[in-house]
Design a protein around this ligand. Structure first.
Ligand SMILES: [Zn+2]
Length: 104
C-alpha cells in the first residue's frame, strides 16, 4: 500500500465516521520519543491515529469506534483500538527499520 493509497483510505473512514487525524507521519526520533520505534508504521507515513467527534458534545472526542473495523478492512486497513485513540495501518503491515533510508 502506497502512502497515497493509505491516505485516501484513511480519509474515507474518517469522513464517514466523524474521525480526526491527530498523528500521522513521524521521524524515527519523534516516534521513539512518543513510545514508537524505528520502523513502526508512523515512521513510514503508513500509520495514523484518529479520534471521533462525540455526538451532542461541543468539543469532546471519543478515542475508539469499533464500528470502523468493517470499513477499514474493506479498504485494506487494520485498526488497533488504543487507550487514547484508534490507530490505523495497512492490513498487511510488517515493521521494518529504516537503516538510514529516508523514505519508502
Ligand atoms: Zn499510532
Amino acid at each position: 500500500m502506497s502512502i497515497g493509497e493509505f491516505a485516501e483510505a484513511l480519509a474515507i473512514v474518517c469522513q464517514k465516521h466523524g474521525g480526526s487525524v491527530t498523528s500521522w507521519g513521524r521521524t524515527v526520533k519523534h516516534s521513539v520519543s512518543v513510545g514508537g520505534f524505528d520502523g513502526d508504521p508512523h515512521t513510514w507515513f503508513l500509520g495514523a491515529d484518529v479520534v471521533y467527534d462525540r455526538p451532542g458534545a461541543a468539543v469532546a472526542t471519543d478515542p475508539n469506534k469499533p464500528e470502523v473495523e468493517a470499513d477499514a478492512a474493506t479498504l485494506g486497513l487494520r485498526v488497533l483500538h488504543e487507550t487514547t485513540h484508534d490507530h490505523f495501518q495497512p492490513a498487511d503491515w510488517i515493521n521494518r527499520a529504516h537503516d538510514g533510508v529516508a523514505h519508502a
